[in-house]
Design a binder for this molecule. Structure first.
Ligand code: CTP
Length: 417
């Protein structure tokens, strides 16, 4: 207990309040954060002061409230406040403020402070359901997510306008809990929302995604074979993340011990040749192909139908190359948008870029094999035409969601050309 209090006492949160009716919840949020030992510095937009007064926030936090960027004596309030903050929390974040954030605008004190920050930005949207589902808002949200901003909510429920739907801000207790959890997460972490499923971002609705996952098993004889240590966890997480974004997902899976992800069509296969056949028969109906499987590069030339009996003689297995499924798909005349994976044990950047170019892929996710195999978490570097993007260590589902958001952006850009 002492540890948590002491840790919290040292931390300083800038609580940004923008102009929406949910601003009243910010008072309770400030009270809860102060109670947990945080120093809370409130910064409000002018619009927010019409919903809740700076006097209320000052009384609850014991700190002067920042509103007007021109009122600061030193003229550098935005730089100073963002430098000393451990996090900036925007609650509530209106659709207008989210649009500003996603475009990097800085035309008032709070937006300037966000742009000048050197700390995590946590955003709790609150708006009418129609504004939330508007394509512009969804586009802005996605951009914030891929910029590494953490989202809390919104949730579905009765709204201030009397309508019911997605867009309600989380309650103060939930927000306080999520903020503390986020600040206590080991660093660096990939800060993605806890509630993507409730986000309603259906960016891949109607898009058909074909995936490979898991290891393959290349028979030597009736009971023995060559395989690898891939667990399939990453591929299954990517399938789930695609399904959450509204895609129609088909997963061609090598042998794993994992349950089939919900809402995903799964075809189980064993060998690389079977995986290749399954992909070939489905690829014409795919808009995106994501090759996560650790496909065996070689198979036994003549597997024995019967169990090979031991003898004192030397035994040599002849191995012949398997077709590279991803390279085959990427070279098709009407190829889907292709995403590859690379697991390397050394020279990650060099080999990954080489692989991406050789297979002509718009996007490749690379990791160090020794960090990833069988583990529940991982870290990835994404390589695309714009360069590299690091996704810091996180659980595989969080990484899969971030990867999918990045892939979706590139996919949509490609289609709009
Ligand atoms: N891949 C594939 N079919 C294969 C081999 C690989 O579809 N027969 C795909 C994997 O699913 C992954 C990517 O190609 O998306 C990279 O696979 P990897 O095994 O890391 O690289 P290779 O190209 O096989 O090269 P190497 O084994 O020499 O590193």
């Amino acid at each position: 207990m002492r540890g948590i209090m002491e840790q919290a006492r040292q931390k300083r949160i800038v609580l940004g309040i923008t102009g929406g009716i949910a601003a009243y919840k910010a008072a309770e949020l400030a009270r809860l954060l102060v109670k947990q030992g945080f120093t809370v510095q409130v910064a409000m937009t002018e619009a927010a002061t019409h919903f809740i007064t700076p006097a209320t926030m000052r009384a609850l936090t014991g700190q002067p409230v920042l509103v007007d960027q021109w009122q600061d004596d030193k003229g550098m309030a935005h730089i100073h406040s963002s430098r000393v903050a451990d996090a900036i929390v925007i609650a509530p974040a209106t659709a207008d403020f989210i649009a500003k954030l996603s475009n990097g605008l800085a035309d008032d004190l709070l937006s300037t402070l966000c742009l000048a920050r050197d700390c995590p930005l946590l955003v709790a949207p609150a708006m009418n359901r129609q504004m939330w589902s508007n394509a512009a808002t969804q586009r802005n949200m996605q951009r914030l997510l891929s910029d590494g901003v953490t989202l809390f909510g919104p949730v579905s429920g009765v709204q201030a306008c009397g309508e019911e739907g997605m867009g309600r801000m989380l309650e103060a207790e939930e927000l306080a809990r999520d903020i503390v959890a986020s600040l206590n997460a080991p660093s660096p972490t990939l800060t993605l929302p806890h509630r993507e499923r409730e986000l309603g971002t259906q960016a891949l609705r109607g898009v058909r995604v074909l995936l490979t996952a898991g290891p393959t098993y290349e028979a030597i004889d009736a009971v023995r074979g060559i395989t690898n240590r891939s667990s399939g966890k990453m591929g299954y997480a990517v399938a789930q993340a695609a399904q959450e974004l509204g895609a129609e997902v088909t997963l061609v899976s090598g042998p794993t011990a994992l349950p089939h992800p919900q809402g995903v069509q799964v075809q189980d296969v064993t060998s690389a040749a079977e995986m290749f056949e399954a992909v070939k028969s489905r690829v014409a109906a795919a808009d995106m192909f994501i090759a996560v499987a650790a496909v065996a590069d070689y198979r036994v030339a003549q597997p024995s139908e019967q169990k090979i009996k031991k003898s004192d003689a030397k035994l040599t297995l002849e191995l012949i190359p398997n077709t590279d499924i991803l390279a085959h798909v990427a070279a098709l005349p009407d190829a889907p948008f292709c995403v590859g994976f690379a697991a390397e044990s050394e020279n990650l950047r060099g080999y990954a870029e080489q692989k991406r170019r050789a297979k002509k892929l718009p996007l490749l996710a690379a990791n160090l094999a020794q960090n990833a195999i069988g583990a529940d978490d991982n870290e990835l570097i994404l390589f695309d035409d714009a360069g590299e993007h690091r996704l810091p260590r996180a659980d595989k589902l969080t990484l899969a969601r971030a990867l999918l958001l990045h892939a979706t952006k590139l996919y949509q850009k490609g289609r709009s050309k």
